[in-house]
Design a protein around this ligand. Sequence first.
Ligand SMILES: *Cc1c(COP(=O)(O)O)cnc(C)c1O
Length: 366
Amino acid sequence: MPRVHNFSAGPAALPECVLKEAQRELLNYHGCGMSILEMSHRSAQFSEVIQDAEDTLRRLIGIPQNYHVLFLQGGATLEFAGIPMNLMRTGRAGYVVSGNFARLAWQEATKYGTAEVLASSEDTNFDRIPDLAPVAERAAAGDLDYVYICQNNTIFGTMYHELPDCGSTPLVADVSSCFLSLPLDIKRYGLVYAGAQKNAGPAGITVIIVRDDLVGAGPALACCPSYLNYRTQVDKNSMMNTPNTFGIYLCGKVFHWIEDTGGLHAMEQRNREKADLLYGALDACTVLRPTADPASRSLANVTFRSPSSELDAAFVAGARERGIEGIKGHRLVGGMRASIYNAVSLEDVKVLASYIEDFDRSHRSL
Ligand SMILES: *Cc1c(COP(=O)(O)O)cnc(C)c1O
């Protein structure tokens, strides 16, 4: 079985060269007589691995010294709690509800303080990023601990094409599904975080980049679990307990792969080319229709549908015959979703685009 065209939303495609390198090193890491999977997280070799992963990420994004980098576990979901527990110092934050993960983050935050909904696109089933003017207006009052956004909405296929103007209120962003797919101006944020399994590595790692003043002397809530205490994790270099060593090792390799293939600007160019090709094919269709509002289209998750669930199922089945996998949409939107993360090549996207054209043509008269 050859490798498929993998459009999975996450865990998702990884660069083949990264997988091969890990395979080569698996039994005997750099001649030290054991696997990276078998060695202490306190060993000299692993200390080098985690330091190199952080250094490479800092170079890629251009992370200033007053921001910390953490590699934690628990997925993006655990940070839905970790963020309010650490940052809700006066007990009030604002949330933009632009999709399912943003809504989950907001719901979780309501357990720990007042989480205001500043804007929402729920009334149009999250087909767009809501108008951000009320967000800027509310942030200007200066009484919010932070403003929270989910920058790319993985399930609904929308993304922010500009950030809300929050003035001096820290902006917190879930960038799980757009992390490292385009440059990130980190100075505009107080905190960004990403589950790695979309674009940066395997499942089981959450990368958190947080400004030093927000970490402060400790979390906002005294009941914050030690594991979620950003102050402790910063001081312990993400190793207050055993980290996901293999995950950090693989993320480091993905970071190097991005650097070796031209960095984030080059990655953005390739991703735009892939997205343009796919949206172009869909816009020319009559049976298949893209579902996201054109002004809010995601660069990473392309959502579309046919007029019926039967035809959607036929599309997915036909895709499988061409070696196209991971294309079924999330149950909340139905239809299809092609996730075209960094490791999905232009060739993969060409195969999908030509299938879309064929499918549309052969179903037009039905
Ligand atoms: C996948 C995803 C999540 C959930 O991540 P987990 O690691 O499963 O907790 C949250 N936010 C976004 C934007 C995602 O794409």
